[in-house]
Structure formats: structure tokens, C-alpha cells
Design a protein around this ligand. Structure first.
Ligand SMILES: NC(=O)c1ccc[n+]([C@@H]2O[C@H](COP(=O)([O-])OP(=O)(O)OC[C@H]3O[C@@H](n4cnc5c(N)ncnc54)[C@H](O)[C@@H]3O)[C@@H](O)[C@H]2O)c1
Length: 339
């Protein structure tokens, strides 16, 4: 019998790519998307699924108990992508992060306590819950030291999910993935921001000297990691999902400039972000032990992503127009200017 999925945050970047991934691998799956359509939730991202039999969209908040109770009905697999996501926004305005990323997770878990058909609850967490690492890589048992309101809220949400596994026996799996890139990412994120700025002939704002190191994961590899866990993961466990593609922000910037045929005059160095984590790095051997491996190296994934943004201007142009100028220019003022 075909499985039924509830994908919360399914109109966002990774969530909508995951819906696509599910349909590719299980064409008969029933998929229900619950999404509040915040600034990054985009009806365009789910438009193509509307013709699928068994697809359903519910506009709503994961903090809404009544709505969530009806949304989880008859669902076998919940994948919770719904979240307030951007670190800069969390520094500016932390409250909505606490609401969605902690209370929202609780609301979903609580609604599922009575379910008699739930097989998996996948809580999408982030590598940022570990904080930064100077050398080596984080394993799933590394110390957890989030350093900004976004990552602290995500940690609250994932630990709550774990507590529902221990306390109520919910089939919870937690993922901690690294920085993800690909088609349909909201253009305030560094990669789409830089690509779309260059298409528009604008400079790209690099924080500090661009020395921070990130591990980049192509969105399809992120989705295949989650899918492997639905099939083969062990309940109550945490799994890292990483791209094993580490580079400094300045190296990343130069790579984008080179592929797009621009020189370094297009770089604008701006004030560093407060509490800017220096390096993230994940050990993914636990997930690889289940047979998963990433398919995209950074060069190939970046070429795909650049082509997608070049070919989909009607998708991002309207979003770019409404973007807070602080994102487009990277100018957030000095630390003292922040709330
Ligand atoms: N983007 C990354 O690099 C990355 C890396 C690791 C983990 N993650 C995690 O993956 C998940 C998805 O991230 P993304 O980059 O696709 O973000 P996104 O902002 O593109 O998508 C988030 C979606 O959640 C929806 N949403 C927000 N609050 C909601 C609420 N209260 N109720 C219902 N829907 C709500 C938004 O409308 C949006 O569609 C998040 O949980 C994030 O923490 C992201």
C-alpha cells in the first residue's frame, strides 16, 4: 500500500525539493504539505504537484493545535522541515524562532501521541546545533553548543523530539545536515543571493574577510539522505547529513564568480556577523553505514544551481524586489546597531 506523508514546510526550499524526491521514488505516495507560507514559503514551489493524485496542501501554522491534529490524521511519515531558518533574522528577531522551532515541534509531536499508523517522525535539525569546530569533524555524539538563537531553538526542537521517543515511544529520527544549496532556495541565502546579484550586475557582500568554512550539501543529496533514513534509519537516533565539500566563504565566492564569468571586483567585503561560527564540519560515516553517499561535488552542484537561477528569473525576481536591503547588501551595521 502507498505511504502517506505529511511534509511540514513543504513549500520552502528543502521541503519542496523533498516532495519532488518522494514522487520520483514513490509515484503513488500520498503527500500532504502543511505550510504557513512565511516569507520563504512559496506557492510556486508546490504548483507542479497539484496535479498529482493524493497531493494536498494545507496553509497553516505548525503551532496551531487544532489544525495540526487534523493534518496528522492517517499519516505514516512526518518530515518536519517547517522552521524559521535564517541566522541573521534570528539575531534581529529571536521570538518567532522559539515559537516555530520549539513550540511548533511540540505541537506536532503531541498531536501524534495517539496515532496508530505513524511509522516515522523525521525532525530536520541542523549541524549548527554543534556550534563551531576548529579541527576535525562533529560526530553525532559531539558536544552541543549552539551559538545563535536559530541554532539554540533548533536544538530545543530536536531534543523535545528525542524526549517523545524516550517518553512516549514515538518513532523519531533526527537529522543534522550541513549548509544546503540548490534550486528554489530563497534569495537571501548566500549562494542564491550571490548568483542573482551577479545576474543583476550587483556586487556580492562577503562577511569579514570570508575566512569562515562551511561544508556544502547539494539539496538532492540532502533529500536522498532523509529518504534513506525513512527506509533504513533506527528510531531514537541522530544522523549527520553532510556534503564533505568544505571551503571558505571566499573560495566559494570565487568559484561562483569564475563559473559566471566575473572578476573579483564584484566582491564587496562587509562587517562580519556577530557570533559568526568559524567552521562547521560533519562526520557522515553513520549515515554512510546505511548505504547512503552524496552524488554531487560542489562544482557540479554549483553549475546546476547557477543554471537553474539563470533559467528561472520569474521565480526569484519578485522575491528579490521585496528582500530586506540588509540581505542584498550584507550591511547590518555594527554590532551595536542590532536589537
Ligand atoms: N537551508 C539549509 O542550509 C539547512 C541546513 C540544515 C538544516 N536545515 C533545516 O531544514 C529545514 C528547511 O529549511 P529551508 O532552508 O528549506 O528553509 P525555508 O525557509 O526555505 O523553508 C521553511 C518553510 O517552513 C515554513 N514555515 C515557517 N514557519 C512555519 C510554521 N510556523 N508553520 C508551518 N510552516 C512554517 C515556511 O513557510 C517555509 O515554507 C529547516 O528546518 C532548517 O532548519 C536547513
Amino acid at each position: 500500500m502507498s505511504k502517506s506523508y505529511l511534509i511540514t514546510g513543504g513549500a520552502g526550499f528543502i521541503g519542496s525539493n523533498f516532495v519532488e524526491y518522494v514522487y520520483k521514488n514513490e509515484p503513488d505516495a500520498k503527500v500532504r504539505v502543511l505550510d504557513k507560507l512565511t516569507y520563504s514559503g512559496n506557492p510556486e514551489n508546490i504548483k507542479s504537484f497539484k496535479t498529482k493524485k493524493g497531493f494536498e496542501f494545507i496553509k497553516g501554522d505548525i503551532c496551531d493545535k487544532k489544525l495540526v491534529r487534523s493534518a496528522v490524521k492517517d499519516i505514516n511519515i512526518v518530515v518536519n522541515f517547517a522552521a524559521e531558518v535564517a541566522v541573521d533574522r534570528s539575531i534581529d528577531e529571536p521570538e518567532s524562532f522559539l515559537k516555530t522551532d520549539i513550540f511548533g515541534v511540540y505541537t506536532l509531536l503531541d498531536a501524534l501521541r495517539q496515532s496508530d499508523c505513524l511509522q516515522r517522525f523525521i525532525q530536520i535539525s541542523t549541524d549548527e546545533v554543534y556550534g563551531q569546530i576548529m579541527e576535525g569533524s562533529f560526530t553525532e555524539t559531539s558536544e552541543l553548543k549552539p551559538r545563535n538563537p536559530y541554532s539554540a531553538s533548533k536544538l530545543g526542537g530536536e531534543r523535545l523530539a528525542y524526549s517523545f521517543f524516550e517518553t512516549y515511544g514515538l518513532p523519531v529520527i533526527i537529522t543534522r545536515a550541513s549548509n544546503t544549496y540548490g534550486a528554489k532556495a530563497y534569495p537571501e541565502k548566500v549562494i542564491p543571493l550571490f548568483i542573482t546579484n551577479l545576474i543583476e550586475g550587483l556586487q556580492v557582500p562577503v562577511y569579514g574577510k570570508g575566512k569562515q568554512i562551511r561544508d556544502w550539501l547539494f539539496v538532492e543529496d540532502h533529500c536522498s539522505g532523509i529518504f534513506s533514513l525513512i527506509e533504513k534509519g533506527k528510531n531514537g537516533e541522530v544522523y549527520n547529513i553532510g556534503g564533505s565539500q568544505e571551503c571558505t566563504n571566499i573560495e566559494l565566492t570565487k568559484m561562483i564568480l569564475k563559473i559566471m564569468g566575473h572578476d573579483e571586483k564584484m566582491i564587496k567585503f562587509v562587517n562580519d556577523r556577530p557570533g559568526h561560527d568559524f567552521r562547521y564540519s560533519l562526520d557522515t560515516s553513520k549515515l554512510k553505514g546505511l548505504g547512503w553517499s552524496q552524488k554531487y561535488d560542489l562544482q557540479r552542484g554549483m553549475q546546476y544551481t547557477i543554471d537553474w537561477y539563470k533559467n528561472n528569473e520569474p521565480w526569484w525576481k519578485p522575491l528579490k524586489k521585496t528582500l530586506d536591503k540588509r540581505f542584498a547588501t550584507g550591511f547590518w551595521g555594527s554590532k551595536g546597531d542590532r536589537k
